[in-house]
Write a protein that binds this ligand. Structure first.
Ligand code: AIR
Length: 202
């Protein structure tokens, strides 16, 4: 069974590999526990909709140009791993990190933001009671965060960061927005034209 130390060494050796930006994951998704997955699913959904592929092997990038990876990293159970993830983020080629944690001491997003700085971190409070600990940063230690549970938006924000450098990502974001607009027009027309009973039955 792999140990935390194995994971730390993996991250460090990947950081030392000097891999090119086309082969490294662009977005890192981390969460405090695998129990956060149901809430963090939205981040995967958004990145999938934007055409990102998941990279499960640092040394074997998928064909897609834009990729993400994910790990469970607990600020309290595995602080060394959190430190290693944040500290190697730049060298491992991550452009932006989406970090989610729950509970009242949801410190993974805010601590990772400090350690990985200047790599931007988009924080996801997994529960309502996690909001204050995710966003409550002192002056000079920035984090960008979404509302409780809004991991889908966190991934869109991450893609917006990438979109400033990569036109292809910006174009995908605009296309996705257009699709969502069309979706509203579609349900609006159906609700009006079918009436509430017809709409419910459709
Ligand atoms: N958590 C895990 N390590 C540190 C913290 N704050 C958070 C997780 C999860 C919650 O604690 O992000 O939302 C409960 O985790 P678990 O593993 O007990 O289900």
């Amino acid at each position: 069974m792999p140990t935390v130390q194995d994971l730390i060494e993996r991250l460090e050796s990947e950081a030392a590999a000097d891999a090119g930006p086309e082969t490294t994951p662009d977005v890192g998704i981390i969460m405090g526990s695998d129990s956060d997955l149901p809430v963090m699913e939205g981040a995967y959904e958004a990145l999938d909709e934007l055409g990102f592929a998941e990279q499960t092997d640092f040394d074997d990038a998928p064909d897609a140009r834009f990729t993400y990876e994910s790990y469970v990293v607990s600020a309290h159970r595995t602080p060394e791993l959190m430190y290693a993830y944040g500290e190697t983020a730049t060298e491992r080629g991550l452009d932006v990190i989406v970090a989610g944690a729950g509970g009242k001491s949801a410190d993974l997003p805010n601590m990772t933001a400090s350690i990985a700085y200047p790599v931007p971190v988009i924080g996801v409070p997994v529960q309502e009671k996690s909001v204050d600990s995710v966003i409550g940063m002192p002056t000079g230690a920035p984090i960008v965060a979404v509302d409780a549970g809004k991991s889908y938006n966190a991934a869109l924000s991450a893609a917006q960061v990438l979109g400033r450098e990569h036109d292809a990502v910006a174009e995908r974001l605009v296309d996705l927005h257009d699709e969502q607009k069309t979706g509203v027009a579609d349900v609006s027309t159906a609700l009006h034209d079918l009436g509430i009973d017809g709409f419910r039955d459709r």
